[in-house]
Design a protein around this ligand. Structure first.
Ligand code: ATP
Ligand code: MG
Length: 723
């Protein structure tokens, strides 16, 4: 075989890594230095040159999207399809194992995955059942506690309350929660990993089988593995396995979810024969962008330290825009985006990044108004929309009658006369008899309920049984199609006049298309429906909807990890938002935020905008903030400040000491109006100028009037008095 294509377009250090002997290898390198590329080439090299069977490789990526991409790239390098190659996220791979070995894992064959929303709902229900005040015991905190224990590999029996009554209560919630999950055959995300680990730990023969099979373990984004993931890898590697891991300590951004960058050091202790390869040349970004990123991350103390350079061009300056408020910010972003698209660029090459999910709403509104297609990664996701979850709940109930969370979700949706009290008595029965809601419903319908409620409940049970009969043997697509109609969901949302109902019906129909284009993996040993439902739960984080359309990408900085785009906007660069308020006072937290900023900057290949707003309404509150300290950490020479369309007062921020300079707009005549200026209108009374646009006779201002609310006025007609 000709080996050159695989080593072509790799630099010396990359080549060294790709062709490393079959020994533990750690590639540690900065952003854009080709780590992921090395991993892809390593896989191809092993298969093509070292003669390793694709079955002998296990590759772990951070998202399902990255997994699909990696498979595609390996196939392109080898110029042939590679079936039987296991590539996936830790969660995806763990899930596959549990499906294959459900008996050894002590799970029911038709176990269902619940996402974090379902999990939270389940915890809320549990508190209700226990008659516990959920203001004293916050469901989210319980959820966090449970997941954190699982991430560390700990079951309730491993936990000690240390005499702390709070902790004792948490542990007991964890225990209750486990029982509920076991009863319903429900598996949350953290449980996937923990179970998969226990599966191997407690079944040495099974482990030995997989150790023999997977000699080569390739792991991307290694810096963000948590304890249970690392333990799982170590088990699999055993004494003979060859782990090949790549990562960047400066991009460790999931500490809050249990990730431990210390694994980079631990790895070298656990595998003493590890050879370490460093990659130092960045191929992604212009020198300006790279230098800015390097300057920002240099402010962190806890770093392994590395030297990242590029021989590429300097490129354009980083553009900074100080917006007056979040709307001005999003108008600016959309304006620039539109110019860029008008110049013939592909929309998918542009990304808008933000710190917090909630920021997307305003940006989305502007994009919709501008008619620019976009996709949100990790925000309002297709599989998480209420109507989609309703339809999935019906499907899940058909697959598994014991799935209590699905049962409760749809028992009275569409409304069918099953009231809260009836549901409550089902719960009580289920609790008393340790059985699923399904059985409880049957029991109380023939026993305790009034005949009217009993009829409604029986009708529901019959409906599910009938749908199960009618869909058995159908194609996945026809199953989904049948269920959305037979369940009454489509009619229910059709009655909901207006756009919302319409969108919901469209989404339901979209689910049929999703089922249609869903390709079951021949390697999975489960029914297409089960596989589709697992897929829906696992992929809900990755915005698969409308994947074919060319659209602008919106995502949090966290979700942007590993990706790259010619054009990047980093929005909401304000202290308190980014770095996040709760991290500012904590040095470790602040360093993690800075790493996140480093991740954000290094996503950009050619053009980077950073924007911030003086005033921002978020989560229903108005905040006045200073520009992010991270902006001030970018040396001036790399930054160009964008002037607003009309001259208005802007925080001049940045390295200049974050001072403000006031100036006035001059629409036509210099009438001296500035943002924040108090004014009085003959009819609307007193107000404050929020925004302005246009020039001369077209200049308009947005004023927030104390009693009349916010209004846009044409300056030349408004006759505003300056106060
Ligand atoms: P991150 O830390 O962000 O995950 P990374 O280290 O994984 O980045 P890659 O995504 O593998 O980096 O590579 C960054 C970009 O540089 C990609 O577009 C890749 O194709 C390109 N690249 C990497 N190495 C080379 C090379 N030797 N020659 C040309 N292009 C390269
Ligand atoms: Mg990468």
């Amino acid at each position: 075989m000709d080996v050159t294509p695989i080593l072509e377009s790799l630099n010396d250090a990359q080549r060294q890594a790709v062709t490393a002997p079959a020994e533990p290898t750690l590639v540690i390198a900065g952003a854009g230095s080709g780590k992921t590329r090395v991993l892809v080439h390593r896989a191809a090299w092993l298969i093509d040159v070292e003669g390793v069977s694709p079955q002998g490789l296990l590759a772990v990526t951070f998202t399902n999207k990255a997994a699909a991409e990696m498979r595609g790239r390996i196939e392109a390098l080898l110029d042939m399809p590679v079936n039987h190659l296991w590539i996936g996220t830790f969660h995806g791979l763990a899930h596959r194992l549990l499906r294959r070995h459900w008996r050894e894992a002590e799970l029911p064959q038709n176990f269902q995955i619940i996402d974090s929303d379902d999990q939270l709902r389940l915890i809320k229900r549990l508190l209700k059942n226990l008659e516990i005040d959920d203001s004293r015991w916050v469901p989210r905190e319980i959820q966090y506690f449970i997941n954190a224990q699982k991430d560390e590999g700990l079951r309730p029996k491993h936990l000690d309350d240390d005499g702390d009554p709070n902790r004792r209560q948490m542990i007991s919630f964890y225990k209750e929660y486990e029982e509920v999950c076991a009863r319903g055959g429900l598996v949350d995300f953290a449980e996937l990993l923990l179970r998969a680990h226990e599966l191997w730990r407690d079944n040495p023969e099974l482990l030995a089988h997989y150790q023999r099979r997977f000699q080569h373990l390739l792991v991307d984004e290694f810096q963000d593995t948590n304890a249970i993931q690392y333990a799982w890898l170590r088990l699999l590697a055993g004494k003979e396995g060859v782990p090949f891991v790549v990562g960047d300590d400066d991009q460790s951004i999931y500490r809050w979810r249990g990730a431990r960058v210390e694994h980079i050091h631990q790895f070298q202790k656990d595998f003493p024969s590890t050879s370490v390869v460093k990659l130092e040349q960045n191929y992604r970004s212009t020198a300006t962008i790279l230098n800015a990123a390097n300057a920002v991350i240099a402010n962190n103390n806890s770093r392994m330290g590395k030297n990242l350079w590029t021989d590429g061009a300097d490129g354009e300056a980083i553009k900074m825009y100080a917006a007056y408020n979040e709307r001005d910010e999003s108008d600016f972003v959309i304006g620039r985006l539109r110019d860029w698209i008008d110049h013939g660029n592909v929309r998918a090459d542009a990304a808008i990044l933000y710190r917090s999910n909630a920021q997307s709403r305003v940006l989305e509104e502007s994009l919709i108004n501008a008619g620019i297609p976009y996709r949100v990664y990790g925000g309002l996701r297709f599989f998480e929309r209420a109507e989609i979850k309703d339809a999935l709940a019906y499907l899940r109930l058909i697959a598994n009658r014991d799935d209590d969370s699905s049962f409760e979700r749809v028992v009275n949706r569409p409304t069918r006369g099953i009231g809260a009290r009836t549901v409550e008595s089902m719960r009580a029965y289920a609790r008393a008899n340790s059985c699923a809601m399904w059985r409880a419903a049957g029991a109380i319908a023939s026993d305790t309920l009034t005949s009217r409620s009993a009829n409604s409940v029986l009708a529901f049970l019959n409906l599910i049984e009938r749908m199960a009969r009618e869909t058995s043997g159908l194609d996945l697509q026809d199953q989904v199609d049948h269920v959305i109609h037979a369940s009454g969901l489509v009619d229910y949302f059709k009655k909901d006049k207006g756009e919302k109902g319409e969108t919901r019906v469209e989404n339901l129909l979209e689910l049929v298309s999703a089922a249609k284009s869903f390709e079951p993996d021949p390697a999975e040993e489960m029914s297409p429906l089960d596989e589709f439902l697992s897929h829906a739960a696992l992929e809900s984080g990755e915005g698969q909807a409308d994947a074919w359309e060319d659209c602008v990408q919106l995502m949090t900085m966290h979700s942007a990890k590993g990706l790259e785009f010619p054009l990047v906007f980093m929005c909401g660069m304000e202290d308190g938002l980014f770095p996040h308020q709760r991290s500012i006072a904590d040095p470790n937290g602040l360093e993690e935020e800075r790493r996140l900023c480093y991740v954000g900057i290094t996503r950009a290949k050619e053009t980077l905008y950073v924007t911030f707003a003086e005033q921002r309404r978020l989560h229903g509150m108005d905040n006045f903030s200073q520009p992010s300290r991270f902006i001030a950490e970018i040396p001036d020479e790399y930054v160009e400040e964008i002037r607003p369309r009309v001259q208005v007062s802007r925080p001049m921020g940045r390295a200049s000491g974050l001072s403000r300079r006031q100036s006035s707009i001059a629409p036509g005549d210099d009438i001296g109006i500035r943002l924040g200026q108090r004014v009085r209108h003959g009819k609307f009374g007193h107000g404050v100028i929020l925004n302005c646009e246009g020039q001369g006779a077209h200049a308009r201002v947005e004023v927030n009037f104390e009693t009349a609310g916010t209004k846009w006025l044409v300056l030349s007609y408004a006759n505003l008095d300056l106060m």
